[in-house]
Design a protein around this ligand. Structure first.
Ligand SMILES: NC(=O)c1ccc[n+]([C@@H]2O[C@H](COP(=O)([O-])OP(=O)(O)OC[C@H]3O[C@@H](n4cnc5c(N)ncnc54)[C@H](O)[C@@H]3O)[C@@H](O)[C@H]2O)c1
Length: 218
């Protein structure tokens, strides 16, 4: 079992240096990844290169409307988001405060700070849904039915089995969860197996649970 099998990961700034590295790492651990960036051409090319378990959406992290669109598209394709990586960031164009432009400073805060805030704010309902208990589909046919009906937030994996009283404290989710059109451990006929699930001679098994020397998919 890979660490992010069947998980949906949204990475902002995914068309940039570290973002690309992050998404390759998640992909190699079985995740479906969505790249959100403002560099559309580059982002689309990267997603196409990575295959059907990667997708690009235009996402300016300073725009609330873009966040909503990106989340809707992500959920439609891959199901509720399990991991948000607020990676998008910019540097100030000025070398010193003295020579800096306040407009530029505000823009840096807007992207680096407010962008992350807006992202967390917009993604929380989806994160709740992804941590909700869902029944595993027993067959590909059943997997297409909408199953995510209620949500609760709690750490995963649980430290211990919860008591009946604890389970009763779960509150129903107020936000509707969008069922994924493709959320299944068994790929649809027109959907190839996740690249990370195919055995590859280039992959070196990790020596421990934490660090991995896995070669990135190219
Ligand atoms: N590279 C480093 O050494 C380093 C060190 C510390 C922190 N960081 C942080 O890590 C993150 C990634 O760094 P990197 O070196 O890969 O940067 P990068 O410049 O290569 O990539 C950043 C990406 O963010 C995207 N972006 C910029 N504004 C955006 C916006 N408004 N909405 C969406 N996407 C936007 C860019 O298009 C780009 O693809 C940044 O937040 C950076 O501040 C980097």
């Amino acid at each position: 079992m890979q660490r992010f099998e069947e998980k949906t990961v949204l990475i902002t700034g995914g068309a940039g240096g570290m973002g690309v590295s992050h998404l390759r790492g998640f992909l190699s651990e079985g995740a479906n990844v969505v790249i959100g960036d403002v560099r559309d051409e580059r982002g689309r090319a990267i997603a196409a290169d990575l295959g059907t378990h990667a997708h690009y959406v235009h996402l300016d992290v300073t725009s609330e409307a873009d966040w909503q669109k990106a989340i809707t598209e992500t959920e439609r394709l891959f199901g509720p988001i399990s991991v948000l990586v607020n990676n998008a960031g910019i540097l100030s164009r000025s070398a010193t405060i003295e020579k800096s432009d306040p407009g530029d400073f505000r823009h840096v805060l807007d992207v680096n700070l407010t962008g992350s805030y807006l992202g967390i704010r917009a993604t929380v309902p989806s994160l709740r849904c992804s941590s909700a208990p869902t029944r595993r589909p027993s067959s590909p046919a059943r997997s297409s039915s909408p199953t995510a009906a209620c949500c609760s937030v709690r750490p995963w994996p649980p430290a211990r089995p919860r008591t009946r009283a604890e389970r009763g404290k779960d509150k129903p989710c107020r936000s509707p969860c969008t069922p994924a059109s493709t959320r299944s451990s068994t790929p649809a006929p027109d959907r190839p197996a996740h690249p990370a699930s195919a055995p590859s001679p280039a992959v070196t098994p990790p020596r421990s649970g934490r660090s991995s020397t896995t070669a990135w998919p190219r």
